[in-house]
Design a protein around this ligand. Structure first.
Ligand code: ZN
Length: 267
C-alpha cells in the first residue's frame, strides 16, 4: 500500500476536552505475551513525506475532493461486531477508520485483516486504554509503540494515526506523540453510542449534526452501534457524503497531517 501524507515539523498543541469516556472493559497491560520492551522511538524522518500515511492511491483516486466527505471512526475494538460494520461499509462502497486497542488484536486476528482488506484504516487507540496523561514518558511510548508493532505484525500495515483514550492529551503527551510521528485524531461529533446503546439515538446524533469534513466518534464493540450503521451508512451516502478514512480526508482536504497536532474535523 503506497503511502502519502506529509509530515511537517510544527507545534500545535491543543487539549481536546470534548467527549465523555467510552465504556471500556479493557484491563491492565499484559505485555509479557507481546512486544515486551518498548521499541526505540519510531525513527520516522519528519521531513520524509512517506513517513506516515495509509493511503491507497487507487482508492483515493475515486474520491471527489469537491464533494462532501466525512470520516466515521470506531474505537475500542476489534470486537465481535466489527465485521458486521465492515459488511455494511462494503455494501455501500464506504470506508471508515477503526482505532483499535492493542491488547485486543490477538483475539481478533481475522477481523484485523478484514479491516485492511475492506479498504478501511486502522488507527492506534493505545495498548490498554489507560489515559495517556496519567502515564510517564516511557508508559506513553509503550502504549503507542506496542500497538503499532502489534498491528503491523498482524496485518503488515502500521498505524499512522493516534486517538488517545478518552481524547485526553496534555502538552507532555503531545510532545511524545509528535516525536513518535503521529497526528492526534479526536472528533467533532460524539454519538454517545456507548452510553445510549440505542440505534435510533445514534442515528439521530449523526444525521442531525453531520457536516462536510466532520469526524464522527462511535464504538464497534456494541451491537447497537453495528445495527445503527445499517441505516446510518446508506443514508449518509444517499445524502451525498463520501465515507472516507481519516487519512484520506486529511490528505484530500488538508494536504496531509502534522505529527502532534490535534484534529477534531477537517475543514
Ligand atoms: Zn476508547
Amino acid at each position: 500500500m503506497k503511502r502519502y501524507i506529509c509530515l511537517l515539523l510544527f507545534v500545535a498543541v491543543l487539549l481536546c476536552a470534548c467527549g465523555a469516556p467510552a465504556a471500556d472493559n479493557n484491563t491492565a497491560l499484559t505485555p509479557g505475551e507481546y512486544t515486551t520492551q518498548p521499541s526505540e522511538p519510531i525513527s520516522a524522518d519528519l521531513n520524509d513525506s512517506s513517513a506516515m500515511d495509509m493511503i491507497n492511491p487507487e482508492i483515493i483516486s475515486t474520491i471527489d475532493p469537491e464533494r462532501p466527505m466525512i470520516a466515521l471512526t470506531f474505537d475500542d475494538g476489534p470486537g465481535p461486531y466489527t465485521q458486521r460494520i465492515l459488511d455494511t461499509l462494503s455494501a455501500n462502497n464506504a470506508r471508515a477508520t477503526f482505532f483499535i486497542v492493542g491488547n485486543r488484536v490477538k483475539s481478533y486476528p481475522e477481523t484485523m485483516q478484514a479491516i485492511v482488506d475492506q479498504g478501511s484504516e486502522i488507527g492506534n487507540h493505545s495498548w490498554g486504554h489507560a489515559s495517556l496523561v496519567k502515564l510517564d514518558e516511557q508508559g506513553v511510548r509503550e502504549q503507542l509503540i506496542w500497538t503499532n508493532d502489534e498491528v503491523e505484525k498482524n496485518t503488515g500495515v502500521r498505524p499512522v494515526l493516534l486517538r488517545p483514550p478518552y481524547g485526553e492529551v496534555n502538552d507532555s503527551v503531545t510532545a511524545i506523540v509528535k516525536d513518535v510521528g503521529m497526528p492526534i485524531i479526536n472528533w467533532s461529533i460524539d454519538t454517545l453510542d456507548w452510553k445510549t446503546k440505542d440505534p435510533h439515538k445514534t442515528y439521530d446524533a449523526i444525521m442531525g449534526s453531520v457536516t462536510n469534513g466532520c469526524i464522527i466518534l462511535c464504538h464497534d464493540i456494541y451491537e447497537e452501534t453495528a445495527e445503527a450503521m445499517e441505516t446510518v451508512i446508506p443514508d449518509l451516502v444517499k445524502a451525498g457524503y463520501q465515507l472516507v478514512t481519516v487519512s484520506e480526508m486529511l490528505t484530500l482536504l488538508e494536504g496531509g497531517a502534522i505529527a502532534g497536532t490535534v484534529y477534531r474535523s477537517v475543514n
